[in-house]
Each structure stands twice: as C-alpha cells, then as structure tokens.
Design a protein around this ligand. Structure first.
Ligand code: MG
Length: 208
C-alpha cells in the first residue's frame, strides 16, 4: 500500500447543512458518573476536604501577598522564598482536588478570604508564617482523625503526605526564624540572608 493512500487518515464527512442534530442529543451521560453513581467518600469527609482545599488556596494567597510585600522593598531573596511557598500551596490544593475527584467526590470552590498585606519586618512575616503553618498542621491532624474515625483508609493514606509535609514546613520556618534572631537588625546580616533565600528553587511535589 502506498503511504499516500493511508496517511493522513480520511476525515469523516462533514454533516450536511441543517442535518447536525447534536444539540438535540441527551447529554446527561457527560455528568461525572463517579459522583452520580459511585461516590466513594462520605459527605462529611468530602466537606472537610473542600474546606482544606480552600485553606490551601488561602495559604497560597497569603504567601503571594508576603512575596509582593518584600519584592516592593527589593528583598528579592525573601520575595523568591515566599513565591515558591505560594506555588507549593497551590500544589497542595491541586493534589487534594485530584484526590477528591478520583474518589467520586464533588469539588466545591468557595471564595478565598482576604489576606493581610503589611509586615514591618522579615521577622514578623516569618513569625506569621510559622503560626499559620502550625494552624494548618492542626487542620490536617483533625482531617486525619476524621478519616480514621470513619475507617476511610484511602483518605488517611492520602493525608500521610500532608502530615510529612507539615513537619518539613514547620522545620524550615523554625530554621529561618533562628537565623533572623541572630541577625537582628544587622544590615549586612539581612543582606546575606536575602541572598541565601534567593537560592531556593521550586520543585514539584512527589505524591506517595
Ligand atoms: Mg499547605
């Protein structure tokens, strides 16, 4: 067979004018069949995951606000660190969305609440970051306990990644706060600190 006879494959003939009745077809089959018929997650866990997705987006928004705050003061390294933090929080939300969809749950995206915009110093911003991450840790722990109470082992397994991630988050911010405590208001120290944070690079998360 000559190549020219088989490639490219012939396109199906276009419908004649006035004969395309696709818009009259029943399209109900396109609704998520998992959500309709095979929901593998309780309404309680579904609601809790949706709340956590909103919290992850709020975290992303918070760190983007911090990034903008320090970018405007020309602390490029601090701005870089918070921008990467922002991207990681977006990943946290996306990963949970993917999981909820795979379990046949319904994703409900609620409005993202306002975030602060002013911090007087890097110390203040990182202290707020630690306080926020501690709060997120307690939220993840509460989700984990809810999944355990319902014997929802799949959700518990998914949350293991988040439990480990929170240990990392709190540890890295603790280290930064220790450095800032030593630096105090020393301008050279802050300059070096900013250069250090400029080295942080984004890496996509690896699911378990
Ligand atoms: Mg997070």
């Amino acid at each position: 067979m000559l190549l020219s006879q088989s490639c490219p494959p012939a396109l199906p003939p276009a419908p004649e004018a006035g004969t395309d009745d696709r818009k009259n077809q029943d399209v109900s089959f396109s609704l998520n069949p998992k959500y309709q018929d095979n929901k593998m997650i309780s309404t309680n866990i579904e609601k809790a995951l949706n709340a956590q997705i909103n919290a992850e987006f709020w975290s992303a928004y918070l760190y983007l606000s911090m990034s903008c705050r320090f970018a405007s003061d020309n602390y490029k390294g601090i701005a870089n660190w918070f921008k990467i933090q922002h991207r990681e929080e977006m990943d946290h939300a996306y990963m949970m969305i993917d999981y909820l969809v795979r379990r046949g749950g319904k994703v409900t995206l609620e409005p993202i609440a306002d975030v602060p915009a002013e911090w007087d110093s890097p110390q203040e911003a990182f202290a707020d970051t630690l306080a926020h991450e501690e709060k997120v840790t307690s939220m993840i722990n509460a989700l984990y306990a809810a999944a355990e109470a319902e014997h929802d082992y799949a959700t518990r397994q998914m949350l293991n990644w988040y439990v480990a991630e929170q240990v990392e988050e709190e540890d890295s911010v603790h280290d930064i706060l220790d450095s800032l405590k030593r630096i105090g208001t020393d301008a050279t120290g802050l300059y070096q600190f900013d250069l250090e944070l400029a080295k942080r690079v984004y890496t996509a998360p690896k699911a378990e």
